[in-house]
Design a protein around this ligand. Structure first.
Ligand code: UTP
Length: 402
């Protein structure tokens, strides 16, 4: 094994890796250890990042959008027709809550017919393609865990009718998980326990894949980033694009009215005067319940992971670091003797950056209200809230045959 790596293992007193010192190890593992960012280990002892001072952020609301819809649509469609708008599908997550062992987009939500999540998202994008009369460049982020199967799935299904020349895949980075004391975990003799590094690294991963050249060649100026799990997702929505352009903001975020003050969604706000997203658990009860004189919640607009970013701003900010979030997880690992342990309780930390933190990096952001029942059907769980069942109901309500 590489002596630098051996030194690191000794210095940080690694419980599960020290048995490898002085041994020949598989190439894959050696590469992972060489590429590992050891500075992560110190982060677990650091205190949570302090947040700034929050203030409400007004949104452009449904009645105003209804009044100006055609004006917005015209501007949005013109930008799309000039090839200025691209879409980014974030599909690198592990979807552990759903409990499906393949990429989440391969999940079949159909009842009387097959209807895969990826298929429904492409159908949504096709509506804009038909309206604009041009293909919208679509970039799909996968992870090392699901990249091959995702590409094969699209190929096998003929890209669900989308033009493959306008689809590009790129792979996000992985980071090793550590136990609560900072010991790096191995999942097998030839691999550390790696997991995707969160959805905040999407633009860096795009750059790493050399896709900035593709954006430049196509003249893409705006990127609409969205999650794989919302089957009612409107993608490259001309009205949203037009409203953001006309507002003069450098980013936009679709929001829905929260169903209750304590709903578990991140809310759009200002933080130290900049656009930001405050997590539900960061709101004090007073803030969560605060209303204006009309009784409307001040932190009442929840984000649905559908953002618009100006590419030049993304490029400018691509060197800055996003805060790292540390999440507790159950991670199977090889113990000191190399025996596989499958924990029943969370035993490890996973490190992630989140796309919602990118909003705070932007100078401004248009919060754009959309109708929840028409645009928000997330599939997070198998049953219960935000599940396959609730998404099916919402699809039917929106006249989608399932
Ligand atoms: P979630 O926050 O729901 O995470 O992702 P997840 O990993 O898919 O699901 P759970 O928590 O394990 O059940 C929101 C969006 O961000 C993408 C997901 O694919 C989804 O579109 N994502 C998440 C990534 O692309 N990469 C990641 O590392 C994490």
């Amino acid at each position: 094994m590489n002596t630098d790596v051996e030194k690191r293992i000794e210095e940080t007193n690694q419980r599960y890796l020290s048995r490898l010192i002085g041994k020949e190890i598989p190439q894959k593992l050696e590469k992972q250890l060489e590429e590992m960012d050891w500075s992560y280990l110190n982060l677990i002892h650091e205190k949570k990042q302090e947040r700034g001072s929050f203030a409400p952020l007004a949104a452009v609301e449904l009645p105003e959008i209804e009044d100006r819809k055609e004006e917005y649509r015209k501007v949005g469609l013109a930008a799309i027709r000039k090839g200025k708008v691209g879409a980014i599908l974030l599909a690198g997550g592990q979807g552990t809550r759903l409990g499906f062992d393949k990429a989440k987009g391969m999940f079949n939500i159909g009842v009387h017919k097959n209807l895969y999540i990826f298929e429904q998202l492409i159908a949504n994008l096709m509506e804009v393609k038909r309206e604009a009369g041009v293909w919208i460049p679509l970039y799909i982020m996968t992870s090392e865990k699901n990249d091959k199967q995702t590409r094969a799935f699209f190929l096998e299904h003929d890209y669900f009718g989308y033009c493959p020349d306008y689809i590009r895949f790129f792979v996000q980075e992985m980071v090793p998980a550590v136990d609560f004391e900072g010991n790096v975990l191995m999942e097998a003799e030839d691999s550390l326990a790696m997991s995707p590094n969160g959805n905040g690294g999407w633009f860096k991963s795009m750059l790493r894949a050399g896709l900035d050249a593709d954006l430049k060649e196509k003249g893409v100026e705006w990127l609409n980033v969205f999650a794989v799990d919302n089957v009612l997702q409107r993608i490259a929505d001309p009205v949203f694009v037009g409203a953001t352009i006309l507002s003069g903001n450098v980013s936009g975020s679709k929001v829905v009215r929260k169903v209750s003050p304590h709903e578990k969604v991140g809310a759009m706000c200002l933080e130290n005067g900049k656009p930001s997203i405050v997590e539900y658990y960061e709101l004090t009860p007073e803030m969560a319940e605060a209303t204006d004189e009309k009784g409307t919640l001040l932190y009442g607009f929840g984000v649905i992971l559908n953002y618009l970013f100006r590419v030049d701003c993304l490029l400018e900010l691509s060197g800055s670091r996003l805060p790292l979030h540390i999440v507790e997880k159950k991670v199977p690992y090889l113990d000191e003797n190399g025996a596989l342990q499958k924990p029943e309780e969370p035993n490890a930390y996973k490190f992630e950056t989140l796309i919602l933190d990118m909003i705070y990096m932007m100078d401004n952001c248009l919060a754009f209200e959309v109708e929840r029942e028409r645009e928000f059907a997330p599939i997070k769980n198998a049953v219960g809230t935000d599940s396959v069942e609730t998404a099916r109901e919402l699809l039917v309500k929106n006249a989608v045959a399932i």
